[in-house]
Design a protein around this ligand. Sequence first.
Ligand SMILES: Cc1cc2nc3c(=O)[nH]c(=O)nc-3n(C[C@H](O)[C@H](O)[C@H](O)COP(=O)(O)OP(=O)(O)OC[C@H]3O[C@@H](n4cnc5c(N)ncnc54)[C@H](O)[C@@H]3O)c2cc1C
Length: 356
Amino acid sequence: MSTDVDFIIVGGGLAGSILALELIERGASVLIFDKPMEGAASPIAAGLANPVSGKRLVYEPELEQKQTALKLFARKLEQLSGQNVLSEILQTRFLNDQQVSELKTRQLEISNSAYVQAKSEKVLTIENTLRLDIPKTCRLIGNILEAKHSRSETHFDYNDLTLTRESVQWQEINAKKVVFCEGWRASQNPWFGELPFNLNKGQVLKLDHPNLEPSLKNWGHWELQTGTERWLGATTERGYQHLNPDAEGRITLLESLASMQTAQAGGQISEQQPQVLELKVLELKVLEQRAGIRPATIDRKPFVGIHPKYPQMGIFNGFGGKGSMLIPLAASAFANQLLRNQDCQHQAHLDQLFSI
Ligand SMILES: Cc1cc2nc3c(=O)[nH]c(=O)nc-3n(C[C@H](O)[C@H](O)[C@H](O)COP(=O)(O)OP(=O)(O)OC[C@H]3O[C@@H](n4cnc5c(N)ncnc54)[C@H](O)[C@@H]3O)c2cc1C
């Protein structure tokens, strides 16, 4: 393990992993600490980079720039590892009545897009939906860092960190800077924990009977067929009481899928027909259930930059439920800020939050 490095990175989820790769690519040395811990988001994320998202079906701002960065990153990782982590997937989006009427008032926006097609009043297909295999991405980058002796599966204890004049020391390791990428656990970080996080828990289910053909159905919840696996997700739980999967999450997801399947078959699920729903739910066999915490922020903007008081410390976090879409572009910009002093648009946001 290296003892003198340019950067210590705390957390090897998607954020820390991609940032580490960007820094190494620019000639810096890093040491990443990643201890698998409860509630991590990256091991369970579906990895969808959706051009149109949310209840209101809003187009992702700067979509082209973000997707280009994602594709460039995936190509780079493929060159380094010989493995593919990015795929395009056809998304079928089912709308409810409220969304239908809302979209009618925004007709222009939808018909202007080359990749959103209306199949019927309540069904759209959305091309250009990308899927980054996040667990595989983290694993591959972990292997690359491991081979360079730049990764440690040690818990990074904040109490062991000493700030020196222009650098940091953690136990026997010296570094120019430490960058925190701990996902939701940053809310417990002594220097960045006060930032306005809006953490929420998500649960997913792995179901039996996968299709060979990859596909994505989205009706607020989603069913993702990867070609080998079938996943159903995801809950969005604010004010959660614990980090574990639970019966409530499982029932919410199964009932939602059963209800969507019945509606799709032309039926109506109503209060008077709970037995129909129950039968549908019984048909679904759950192979696995998992939970993680999305490191979301109140204003939905990530926390990226250098601490205004402690220039030896940075943060790269707050990517919420959009890590695939946001992290590659942000990592490239932040690496350029750290190593080349280039302006990064996120720093002003961070400075502003600390000045409040
Ligand atoms: C159910 C669910 C579904 C999602 N679906 C999508 C999706 O479809 N598309 C998408 O783009 N995003 C999705 N996301 C969001 C995505 O997972 C996150 O944006 C992204 O993974 C965040 O990565 P991260 O590295 O910031 O945090 P994390 O993945 O949580 O990683 C933090 C890492 O730091 C480690 N760590 C923390 N503290 C320490 C310490 N002191 N010492 C050592 N290690 C430490 C943790 O163990 C963990 O490995 C989803 C999330 C959830 C929960």
